[in-house]
Design a protein around this ligand. Structure first.
Ligand code: BDR
Ligand code: CA
Length: 313
């Protein structure tokens, strides 16, 4: 296991998910991060499928991380009506055959793990959340004072000045649990929002995917296989032969902030009406950083470099 006191310690909260899978492989490939555990949340598929997908990736690529299963429904108790199988396939991983997975998730829940790990490393843990914010909101609600002990939260979610991707206003991770998002925004924990403003223009072309994954071992084969479904979805939306690397962009913002331009403000989540799930600036107090622009060329070059170093065939 990568572990060093100088490394940034983080928990990866995720709903794998095709782009989550790519983000996890990228995260693992970045050598100066100390990943303390993976927590799962429902979103791209059911919580059972998302957890199974995290375990599948860990087993197939020998990633040495424990997986903690998290929330299967939203903060207000609502069950999901339909998972986005048109983006991520029915099992959340492009309907790849996962076969038998011999490792299991931990008995401890994701929320209990987040609370325990933050308490034990007060001021040192970054939460990198690329799904709905349900687990983090539950941890904040269940452990008063936890907000003061989290170093930073980096999320993939939201849309400030661009349109949403579920409704005209709302991005998927925020739209999936607006109450959780608002709880996290209100918590006062330093937060970086990596939303569609930064991710929609941070795309990888299909040709580039073929090229770079062709230079990788089994990780390359895996990414090419699962990406088919994701590419088809984006083609149907008019993004032909390329795809936004949503969750990987949040990983890159965490690891290489110099590739991004941010603005500061006080982000809130709209909870009612047709704009439900919208992220908007309430005022200009510098409570949150919102990532507005990514340097696509540097992001892709860095992606290539670390992926080849880690998984180069
Ligand atoms: C986000 O929604 C999910 O489908 C993706 O995994 C990503 O986290 C993009 O809006
Ligand atoms: Ca995700």
């Amino acid at each position: 296991m990568k572990e060093n006191n100088a490394m940034k310690k983080l928990i990866f909260d995720t709903d794998p998910g095709i782009d989550d899978a790519m983000a996890l492989l990228l995260l693992h490939a970045i050598s100066d991060l100390d990943i303390r555990g993976i927590t799962t949340v429902f979103g791209n598929a059911s919580i059972e499928d998302c957890t199974r997908n995290a375990l599948y990736i860990c087993e197939r690529f020998k990633l040495p991380y424990k997986v903690y299963q998290g929330a299967g429904k939203g903060l207000n108790g609502d069950n999901e009506e339909a998972y986005p199988d048109f983006v991520h396939g029915k099992n959340g991983l492009g309907d790849i055959d996962r076969g038998f997975i011999s490792i299991d998730s931990e008995k401890e829940s994701a929320v209990d793990f987040i609370i325990r790990e933050v308490e034990a490393n007060a001021g040192d843990i970054t939460l990198l959340a690329v799904g709905r914010l349900t687990n983090i909101a539950l941890a904040l609600l269940q452990a008063p004072g936890l907000d003061k002990k989290i170093s930073e939260i980096v999320i993939m979610g939201g849309a400030l000045k661009v349109a949403g991707n579920v409704t005209a206003w709302a991005e998927a991770n925020i739209h999936g649990d607006p109450e959780a998002a608002q709880c996290v925004f209100e918590s006062g924990v330093p937060l970086v929002m990596v939303g569609l403003d930064a991710t929609m223009s941070n795309q990888m072309t299909k040709d580039h995917l073929e090229d770079v994954t062709g230079q990788l071992d089994d990780a390359g084969l895996f990414l090419r296989t699962v990406k088919k479904c994701y590419l088809d979805f984006h083609a149907s939306k008019g993004i032909v032969d390329a795809f936004p690397i949503h969750d990987s962009t949040a990983v890159l913002r965490l690891a290489r902030p110099e590739f991004f331009d941010d603005l500061q403000g006080n982000v809130q989540c709209v909870l009612n009406g047709e704009q439900r799930g919208r992220t908007a600036l309430l005022d200009s107090r510098p409570v949150h950083r919102v990532c507005m622009k990514s340097d696509n060329r540097r992001c892709i070059a860095y992606f290539d470099e670390v992926m080849k170093r880690c998984y180069g065939g």
